[in-house]
Ligand binder design. Structure first.
Ligand code: ADP
Ligand code: TRP
Length: 322
């Protein structure tokens, strides 16, 4: 029996190289070895997206992105969070087990509060919907980027608490976090994130790639001067995108001999080489008018019985059926 993994990404804007190297690539790499469930977290997106047309188009786009990466060909089930009503049902049960002070420690909540944002109840409870997303499927591992580690801890704690109070219903899953390049830096050196506007989109056009790479912040060292690889955004991106050229690039950093202009041109070229076949594949898939519905139907049929079975057991254990 294969072990199971489950993960998800919110359909909020175009995925970027941070999402790809931090999360999506792992799903594809692991899909052969593990039974793989990948969720489009549209109810989580609702914490920030309040526009029907935007949500619909970002949802469809993310499904095409996953298909273009070859996730379905590797056997993964791709499903929509809102197609499985057990997620919100389970989340309510978890909300009744969880204290407010514990949820107040969540980074995402503290961040939003710190910035003086109005925090919705949905954003506050976000970790518990995510716990439901995960625990309903009894996965062994949850592959995510480093910034999601705390959310996985919430899911683990919630599973343990439920099991202790009501009896065994949930497997306690492990986070699976890529250690190499665990936080991909954005153009400005901060974490690459849609919310910081510092991204290189994964399915960018060649022009977009050139424009983004030109904006990568560097210091003002001359071409022949040695440069520091530590904390250098351009180097960090090369180490993900340019594995074949990396010995040469590292040498150029340590000993000098290559300017940032050339290092950027090489990065842009290597991103294009990586992205071009994905982009073509995505365009071809987008021609098929049924592909999204068909993918979601397959995902729904694959995963729902598992969620229903866990929910049935949980309902019995808490005493709403007997
Ligand atoms: P964003 O910050 O752009 O909104 P999300 O929060 O939607 O990205 O993240 C989706 C997935 O991609 C998560 O698993 C997250 O850990 C991963 N991820 C996002 N940004 C990065 C990054 N800069 N480096 C590594 N992983 C990332
Ligand atoms: N919170 C995750 C993010 O922002 C998305 C997500 C929702 C998720 N549910 C999940 C990730 C379940 C893994 C498992 O990226």
């Amino acid at each position: 029996m294969k072990q199971r993994i489950l993960s998800g990404i919110k359909p909020t804007g175009r995925p970027h190289l941070g999402n790809y190297f931090g999360a999506m690539r792992q799903f594809v790499d692991m899909a052969g070895e593990f039974e793989t469930f990948v969720m489009v977290a549209n109810y989580h997106a609702l914490t920030t997206v309040h526009n029907k047309d935007v949500l619909v188009s970002d949802t469809k786009d993310l499904i095409l992105d996953y298909l273009a990466l070859g996730l379905r060909d590797k056997g993964a089930a791709i499903f929509l969070q809102s197609d499985i009503p057990e997620h919100t049902e389970m989340a309510w049960v978890f909300e009744c087990l969880t204290t407010v002070p514990y949820l107040m420690r969540a980074h995402a909540f503290k961040d939003a509060e710190g910035k003086g944002k109005e925090v919705s109840a949905g954003l506050f409870n976000y970790p518990l919907l995510m716990a439901a997303d995960i625990l309903l499927y009894q996965p062994d591992k949850v592959p995510v980027g480093k910034d999601q580690a705390q959310h996985i801890e919430y899911a683990r704690d919630t599973a343990e608490k439920f099991n202790r109070i009501f009896g065994e219903a949930f497997r306690v899953p492990e986070a699976h976090i890529q250690s190499e390049g665990s936080t991909v830096p954005g153009l400005d050196g901060k974490k690459m994130s849609k919310s910081y506007n510092n991204t290189i989109p994964l399915f960018a056009t060649d022009e977009e790639i050139d424009r983004a790479v030109a904006l990568i912040v560097t210091d003002s060292k001359k071409p022949d001067e040695p440069k520091s690889t530590q904390g250098d955004t351009l180097y960090a991106l090369h180490s993900l995108v340019s594995p074949h050229d990396l010995p040469m690039i590292t040498k150029a950093y340590e000993e000098g001999g290559m300017g940032y202009k050339d290092l950027k041109a090489l990065l842009a070229q290597n991103i294009k080489t990586m992205v071009a076949p994905l982009r073509e594949r995505r365009a071809a898939l987008a021609e098929d008018p049924h592909i999204i519905e068909e993918t979601l139907a397959h995902g729904r049929d694959t995963v729902r019985p598992i969620a229903q079975e866990t929910m049935r057991k949980a309902r019995e254990l808490i005493g709403v059926v007997w």
